[in-house]
Design a protein around this ligand. Structure first.
Ligand SMILES: *[C@@H]1O[C@H](CO)[C@@H](O)[C@H](O)[C@H]1NC(C)=O
Ligand SMILES: *[C@@H]1O[C@H](CO)[C@@H](O)[C@H](O)[C@H]1NC(C)=O
Ligand SMILES: *[C@@H]1O[C@H](CO)[C@@H](O)[C@H](O)[C@H]1NC(C)=O
Ligand SMILES: *[C@@H]1O[C@H](CO)[C@@H](O)[C@H](O)[C@H]1NC(C)=O
Length: 376
């Protein structure tokens, strides 16, 4: 990841990239099957559909290698899972089948249904924040994704040739903002930063998310879905990593998950939902759905058998010596019974449970996502 240098302050000459592609977008503004015309999506490895492996193609990562993608796409697509992610199920629900990763699409037509800016390893805070906290982290951050987004929007506006296009494009779109922020904490914990200090990152992460929402509203966005953090204390990698230092009281007796790690996610989710409430009051004409990924996932860990997850706390792919995606890595027969695909990222089966809970309830507030539509 160090190889990637400080992309948090550069737009990777996207303008140049785009200037080669001044093809007319066609009937981009026409209402699609569902109620949203486009989805714009931001986030980290839980939402990336190809950006990271595209930008790191010169030093290929395991995410671009089999058996990633085995269950659904039949090949690695850059998704850190065996198949579809929450964003894929949401796009499918709204009839927007191809929300293309911004770095992967090559023609304006690729972005008719929106664009995905999420990228593996992304943090909410930028490199200067981490440097200020004594951490040498320069991953792709939300600021970078916003730069890509502004460039993209400018290009769409040029193609559409109308002065108020940015507003037109955004007013019919669904913005999926997150999950992002989990890496801010996970990277810090993995570097041994004390819990109290990491806890102090949470308000900064939430500020960053709120800032992006405010900016997008200013540009014309009218509908958002904002996921909270996952219960990472149930992820096999973290269970393993923190086991040595752990004691019995660190574990939740009903789930076997790391209790302190999950309480941390709950704290993030509390601050985030409080901030979303505030944003809803400030912008009563804007729909902001909180997606309770944590609650939807905990249902699996609390009663694994009920939903068919007989291996909820285990990962299907890879082990301590041979991580998933490396040649010869071990892989299970049936990922749909596992809570984790590769130790940190959920299986498609878990993502489907989350997506169902967000789209149709009860893991969305104030309304299930499928019940929202842009005002006409
Ligand atoms: C989706 O977009 C990608 C990237 O532009 C393209 O390669 C693929 O063929 C598209 N798929 C469909 C079903 O349109
Ligand atoms: C990093 O984030 C902080 C807080 O949002 C912001 O004030 C600062 O301008 C950002 N730095 C860069 C280089 O974008
Ligand atoms: C774009 O604007 C130019 C100048 O205003 C006009 O000549 C041209 O026909 C427009 N193109 C489209 C596709 O609307
Ligand atoms: C990991 O998987 C490889 C390949 O299946 C196997 O050879 C190795 O012994 C495993 N390592 C552990 C620690 O289980």
């Amino acid at each position: 990841m160090r190889l990637l240098a400080d992309h948090c302050s550069s737009s990777l000459s996207l303008a140049l990239w785009w200037s080669l592609l001044l093809v007319v977008l066609g009937s981009s503004g026409s209402p699609a099957l569902g109620c949203y015309t486009r989805i714009f999506s931001f986030g980290d490895s839980l939402t990336d559909t190809g950006n990271y492996i595209h930008l790191t193609a010169r030093s290929p990562s395991p995410y671009g290698a089999p058996p990633y993608g085995r269950t659904f796409f039949g090949r690695p697509s850059g998704r850190a899972s065996d198949g579809r992610l929450v964003i894929d199920f949401i796009a499918q629900e709204f009839g927007l089948t191809n929300v293309t990763a911004i770095q992967v699409g090559t023609a304006p037509g690729d972005f008719q249904h929106g664009a995905n800016f999420a990228i593996i390893s992304a943090t909410a805070n930028n490199g200067s924040f981490f440097a200020g906290n004594g951490m040498d982290i320069t991953p792709f951050c939300l600021d970078t994704q916003m730069i890509w987004f502004r460039d993209h929007l400018r290009q769409l506006a040029q193609q559409q040739n109308s002065s108020s296009s940015s507003n037109d494009v955004l007013s019919g779109a669904l913005v999926a903002l997150g999950e992002i922020g989990g890496n801010d904490y996970n990277f810090a914990f993995s570097r041994g930063v004390p819990r109290d200090k990491v806890r102090a990152f949470v308000p900064a992460v939430v500020d960053k998310l709120a800032g992006a929402i405010e900016e997008l509203i200013g540009m014309g966005a009218r509908a958002f879905v904002v996921p909270g953090n996952l219960p990472f204390g149930c992820a096999p990698l973290y269970l393993q990593r923190f086991r040595a230092a752990g004691a019995w009281w660190d574990y939740d007796p009903t789930t076997g998950c790391l209790a302190w790690f999950n309480r941390f996610a709950e704290y993030h989710n509390q601050l985030l939902t409080a901030r979303l409430d505030k944003l809803r009051r400030l912008h009563p004409d804007v729909t902001i759905v909180y997606a309770d990924w944590y609650g939807a996932t905990m249902r699996i860990f609390q009663a694994p058998g009920k939903l068919g997850f007989t291996n909820a706390l285990l990962s299907c792919c890879g082990n301590k010596t041979v991580p998933c995606g490396r040649p010869g890595c071990p892989v299970c027969d049936d990922p749909s019974t596992y809570g984790s695909w590769d130790g940190t990222h959920p299986t498609e089966a878990v993502y489907k449970v989350i997506a169902d809970g967000v789209l149709h309830g009860p893991y969305a507030s104030p309304v299930p996502l499928a019940k929202t539509c842009p005002p006409t």
